[in-house]
Design a protein around this ligand. Structure first.
Ligand SMILES: [Cu+2]
Length: 125
């Protein structure tokens, strides 16, 4: 029996999704230190390559910090006016879905301790 082309493509798409998720990496931002004022996030980024499907986890004391998604301007100027979402659960996860740059800041400490993160997402390998 020969599968119709549309079905064959669907099977391929599902397989690619499964393969992609099998190799996805979950990153705890700041590793054991998490998301706070004591971590050098520029240093944390060194040597890491992020791909579509990878997951970022921001772990922090929810009364002390937050996570705002912003644009490049918001990242550079620690300005959350342009934010695409403000999260403050203490454990926020983001799946990287599109190649390009994404920016996160803590609105309390971005200015003071550079508590901010810029991640460049590459297409799935
Ligand atoms: Cu903070």
């Amino acid at each position: 029996m020969i599968a119709k082309p549309t079905n064959a493509l669907s099977v391929v798409a599902v397989l690619l999704l499964l393969i992609g998720s099998a190799f996805a990496t979950q990153y705890i931002v700041g590793d054991d230190s998490g998301w706070n004022t004591e971590v050098d996030y520029y240093a944390w980024l060194e040597g890491k390559t992020f791909y579509v499907g990878d997951v970022l986890v921001f772990s922090y004391v929810k009364t002390d910090h937050n996570v705002a998604m912003v644009d490049a301007n918001g990242y550079n100027n620690c300005n959350a006016d342009s934010n695409y979402g403000l999260y403050d659960t203490g454990y926020d996860t983001f799946t990287l879905t599109t190649p390009g740059d994404v920016y996160f800041i803590c609105t309390y400490h971005c200015d003071y301790t550079d508590q901010k993160l810029k991640v460049t997402i590459l297409p799935s390998p």
